[in-house]
Each structure stands twice: as C-alpha cells, then as structure tokens.
Design a protein around this ligand. Sequence first.
Ligand SMILES: NC(=O)c1ccc[n+]([C@@H]2O[C@H](COP(=O)([O-])OP(=O)(O)OC[C@H]3O[C@@H](n4cnc5c(N)ncnc54)[C@H](OP(=O)(O)O)[C@@H]3O)[C@@H](O)[C@H]2O)c1
Length: 304
Amino acid sequence: MATNESKVAIVTGANSGIGLEVTKLLASSGFIVVMACRSLDRANQAVAAMQNETTSLKSSGSFVPMQLDLSDYDSVRKFVSEFLAKFSRLDVLINNAGYAEEFSRQQRNLNSKGTRLTIATNHLGHFLLTKMLLQTLKDTASRHGAARVLIVSSDYHTYTFRVKPLDFDDLFMEKPGAYSGSQAYKNSKAMNILHCRKLARMLEGTGVYVNALHPGFIPTTGFFRGCMRCFFICCFSGFCCCCRITRTPQEAAGHMFNIAAGVPPYEDKSGLYFYDGRSKPTSAETSLLANEDLLWEWSEAVTS
Ligand SMILES: NC(=O)c1ccc[n+]([C@@H]2O[C@H](COP(=O)([O-])OP(=O)(O)OC[C@H]3O[C@@H](n4cnc5c(N)ncnc54)[C@H](OP(=O)(O)O)[C@@H]3O)[C@@H](O)[C@H]2O)c1
C-alpha cells in the first residue's frame, strides 16, 4: 500500500466530458487522481492525451487509471478492494459517470448480467461505491481535516413533461407503461439528490461533506450520443428558458473542482445542490426526508 502524503481523488467516468476536465484540474492542484473508468483503454488514451496537452501534467504523474463498470456490482466491489490495497486515504470522491438511453425508449437496456443500465449506472453503482468507501472517507477526514463527496445530478430531475414522480413501490419501473428512457434518467438524477441529502445527514460532524450539482447543459460532451431526441428536447427547452443556454465542459469542471476541493466559500457546505456555483432548490420529491430513507433501504437491499 502506498503511504502517500498527496491528497487522493476518485473521479468516475474520468475519460471524457466533464469528468476528464475536472481530472485535469485536480491533478494540476496536486491530487493523485484515480480515474475510475468503464474501459481501461479509454482511460489510458485520456491520460496520454492529457500528458501531451500540458507539460506540467506530464511531470506530475498523478493519474491512476482503474477499471470500474458501475452497472456491475461485482466490478464495484473489485474496484474498491483494489483501491484500498493501493491507497490509505480518500480526500475527494466525484460520482460523475452517467448514462442515458433514448428518452422515448419504452424498453430498458440491460447489461450482460441483466442489470438495468440507467438506474444501476447513475445511482446504484455509485451508491455501493460510496458506501464501501465511507470508512476511508471518515478516516481521511479525521486524520487530515476534511473529505468530500460530489454527486453529479441534473436539473432534468425537476422536469415534469411526460414523466411521473418516483414510485417507491416500483423503482425499477416494471409496472406496465411505467418505463421510458426519460423516466429512468429523471428518476436516476432525483435519486442522486436523495442520496446526497441522506449521506450529508448521516455524516454530519464527521468532517465528510457531501454535495450534488447540475453541471449545466453541455452539448459538446459525449453524453447525447445515443440520445438525439433528448438532445433536441433539451436544446428547445434551453432555448425557450434563457439566452445563455449552454455551458462548456471547462466551466462545469471549474465549479465541480471548487465544490469538491472545498475552495472557500464551499469548505463547510454539505447537503446542497449547486448550479453555476450557487446553491438552488430541488424538486418536491427530492426534498422529502421520508424519500431519502426509502431510497436508502431499497438501494441497500438491491446492491447487497
Ligand atoms: N452533458 C450535459 O449536458 C449534462 C447535463 C446534466 C447532467 N450531466 C451529467 O454529467 C455527467 C457526465 O456526463 P458528460 O456530459 O461528461 O458525458 P460523457 O462525456 O458521455 O461522460 C460520461 C462518462 O460516464 C462513463 N460511463 C457511462 N457508463 C458507465 C459505467 N457503466 N461505468 C463506468 N463509467 C460509465 C462514460 O464512459 P465511456 O466513455 O466508457 O462511455 C463517460 O466517461 C453525467 O452524470 C450526466 O448525467 C450532463
């Protein structure tokens, strides 16, 4: 095990989009960044590209690519045991990886083990990952002053067009007519916020701070590749809502970095949801304490 003095961060989905940008910022400020990626090849390619891009990153040697498929709970367990064999501290955990299928799709995509991809990737895999790393986060906070978790959600959790509130009797949306790609994505992003609030409450007083964030509408990441209809819906609603519709991956990553690294004024913030660096309210269903507990119990049962 490395007895490292450097701060250690894990970023899920670090090989592309905003995960890649925040990885660069963390490494530039001295973190060892564990890039937790579905494909080790894509992670290694991202490291090579980053090291070509900036000489300072080349000399830092601060990237540790590791394989993690969040839709596969065995892969999550393997990742955590390999991480704990290598590192004795965890200062920052960024639950960033995300998946969305075509919003109009009525049948869910499954992984090779039959797991439902959207809810597993966006919530359940991250739930298990965070739970298995909680003790390390708490130990790091007690030894080094603080540790932080940042969960990347989305304002899509507030949308009501053709989507229903969470049904706690059917969180996998298996009742007839309950499933659609947009319902699954909206539910998974609402789960992110309930997960954040519950963790923040549980960890009060431990020095571990937990927040969630909407990165903004960023059409230049790879996120909309399988989902053109959702891309156009977002474009249209964004166009109608405001003049400054989109954000760049660099802008989003800047806010992510500040919150995750506890840069003032974020050093003691916990249980909040941010957009553009400012905290904002969340949907009614994600503000109910009872829903936090229901989701926690269900997530534990499904992933154990
Ligand atoms: N872009 C936007 O407008 C927007 C808006 C709101 C919220 N978000 C959220 O922002 C986060 C990052 O998205 P992005 O825009 O940066 O898109 P992106 O470039 O597509 O990044 C998504 C990342 O998640 C990884 N991933 C997907 N499934 C995975 C799995 N099963 N296990 C491990 N990693 C997996 C992808 O890996 P592969 O390269 O292997 O596919 C990729 O690295 C997501 O949580 C998304 O919901 C994005």
